[in-house]
Design a protein around this ligand. Structure first.
Ligand code: UDP
Length: 376
C-alpha cells in the first residue's frame, strides 16, 4: 500500500493508519509530498512515521497549478517504481487530489480517508471542496467518518458496497496523544499565564478569511477579552504572513491575550483539552472539539462538518464581527450549550477508525489475491 500525505492535518489523520498497517504486517510505502513541510516535518517523529519518499514539492509563492503538477509528477514516479496494490489519500488537499489522480492514471485502486464531506459551494473552501468531489469520482474505497458522509456519497452515485463508515482517525490520534504525552516546557508556561482564567483558544488561517474578515474577527475577540478579565485568549499564530500581520495589528499588547508561535500537535491537543471555548476556522479542530466534548465557534458561514453543529458542540459564527461578538457574549451565560457539547464524544468515531480502515483494506486485498489465484 502507498500512503500519500503532504500537510499537517493529513499526517495527523494518516499517522495512526500507518501504525495499523505495520501492525497487521502489510507493507506500507509512505510518501511525503512535502506540500507544507514546515508544519509537517516536526510531526513525523511524534507519529513515528518514516517516509520512504520525500518529494519536497514546497516552493515559496508557487501557484496551485504548479504545486499540483509537481506532486502529480512526483507521485507518478513513485507509483511506477513501487507498483502498490492500493494508494491511500486523505481529505481534500492538492496532495490528496494529485495522489489520487496519479493512482487513477496507473489504474491502481484508491482508498479515500474522510470521504463524503461537502460544503456544497465549489468556491468555499477553495480549492478543497472541488478536490474532495473529484477524489470521490476516482476512489474505490470510500472511508466515510459519519452516516451523513456515507449518505452524501450514495446520493452522488457511489455504489453502497464501496462505502465504509469508519469514523475519522483524527479521534484515534487525539486520544492516543492525550494518553501518551504531558504538557511540557512552553506549554506549561502558557497554562501558567492563563492561570485560573477561562481559556478561549483561537486559531484562524483559511484563505477565505484573509483581510477584513480576519481583522474583524480578531477585533471582536479583543473586545471580548477587554470586557471579561476572567477570560484569557490563547492564539497560536499560523506562520502565513496574512495571519501574522493581522494578529500583531489587532491583538498584540493585551493582558488578556497570549500570542504564540504555532504549537506542536501534542501541545495543541493539551491546549484544546484545557480550553473553555474554542474559536477557529479549522476543519480538523471541529472534529477534535466534538471528540473532547468542548464548545466551538466556527469562523465560517458554512461547514462540511454539520455533524458538529447538529450534535450541539459547534456554532457557526459566520464572517460578521458583530455576530461573533454576540455569540462570544452568549457563551458566558449559555450553560446548556456547554452541557450539550459535553455529550458529543463519539460523533466522529470511536477512536479505532484506523483499525477499521486497515482491516477493511487488508480483507479486500487478501480476497482480491485469492480470486486472482483461483482464476489462474
Ligand atoms: N494544530 C496543531 N498546532 C496548532 C494548530 C493546530 O497541531 O498550532 C492541529 C490541530 O490539532 C488539528 C490540525 O492541526 O488536528 C488542523 O490543521 P489545520 O487547522 O491547519 O487544517 P484543517 O483541519 O483546517 O484542514
Amino acid at each position: 500500500m502507498a500512503i500519500v500525505f503532504g500537510t499537517r492535518p493529513e499526517l495527523i489523520k494518516l499517522g495512526p493508519v500507518v501504525r495499523e498497517v505495520e501492525r497487521v504486517g502489510m507493507e506500507a510505502c509512505v510518501v511525503n509530498t512535502g506540500q507544507h513541510s514546515d508544519l509537517l516535518t516536526p510531526l513525523l517523529g511524534h507519529f513515528q512515521v518514516r517516509p520512504k519518499y520525500d518529494l519536497a514539492t514546497m516552493e515559496p509563492g508557487q501557484s496551485l497549478n504548479r504545486l499540483g503538477a509537481r506532486i502529480l509528477a512526483g507521485v507518478d514516479e513513485v507509483l511506477t517504481k513501487e507498483r502498490p496494490d492500493v494508494v491511500l489519500v486523505q481529505g481534500d488537499t492538492s496532495t490528496a487530489l494529485m495522489g489520487a489522480m496519479a493512482a487513477f492514471n496507473h489504474r491502481i485502486p484508491i482508498g479515500h480517508v474522510e470521504a463524503g464531506l461537502r460544503s456544497g459551494n465549489p468556491m468555499n473552501p477553495f480549492p478543497e471542496e472541488m478536490n474532495r468531489q473529484m477524489i470521490s469520482r476516482m476512489a474505490t474505497f470510500h472511508f466515510a467518518a459519519t452516516d451523513n458522509n456515507a449518505r452524501t456519497l450514495l446520493r452522488e452515485g457511489v455504489p453502497a458496497e464501496q462505502i465504509y463508515i469508519t469514523g475519522n482517525p483524527v479521534v484515534d490520534s487525539l486520544r492516543q496523544t492525550l494518553v501518551m504525552s504531558r504538557p511540557k516546557g512552553e506549554m506549561v508556561d502558557i497554562l501558567n499565564r492563563v492561570g485560573q482564567r477561562k481559556m478561549v483558544l483561537v486559531t484562524t488561517h483559511r484563505r477565505e478569511n484573509f483581510g477584513s474578515t480576519m481583522r474583524g474577527h480578531l477585533r471582536a475577540i479583543r473586545r471580548f477579552a477587554t470586557a471579561h478579565p476572567e477570560v484569557c485568549v490563547v492564539f497560536p499564530v499560523h506562520p502565513n504572513p496574512n495571519v501574522r500581520e493581522a494578529a500583531m495589528a489587532e491583538l498584540a499588547g493585551h493582558d488578556g491575550i497570549v500570542l504564540t508561535q504555532p504549537v506542536g500537535y501534542a501541545d495543541f491537543v493539551h491546549l484544546l483539552s484545557h480550553a473553555w471555548l474554542i474559536v477557529s476556522d479549522s476543519g480538523g479542530i471541529q472534529e477534535e472539539v466534538t471528540a473532547l466534548g468542548k464548545p466551538m465557534l466556527v469562523l465560517r458561514n458554512n461547514t462540511e462538518r454539520p455533524e458538529a453543529v447538529e450534535a450541539g458542540a459547534a456554532r457557526l459564527a459566520g464572517e460578521c464581527p458583530a455576530n461573533l461578538h454576540q455569540m462570544l457574549e452568549a457563551a458566558m451565560t449559555d450553560m446548556e450549550w456547554f452541557v450539550r457539547a459535553s455529550h458529543c464524544h463519539s460523533v466522529f468515531g470511536d477512536g479505532h477508525s484506523s483499525r477499521h480502515i486497515v482491516d477493511i483494506l487488508n480483507q479486500r486485498l487478501v480476497r482480491a489475491v485469492q480470486e486472482l489465484r483461483l482464476a489462474a
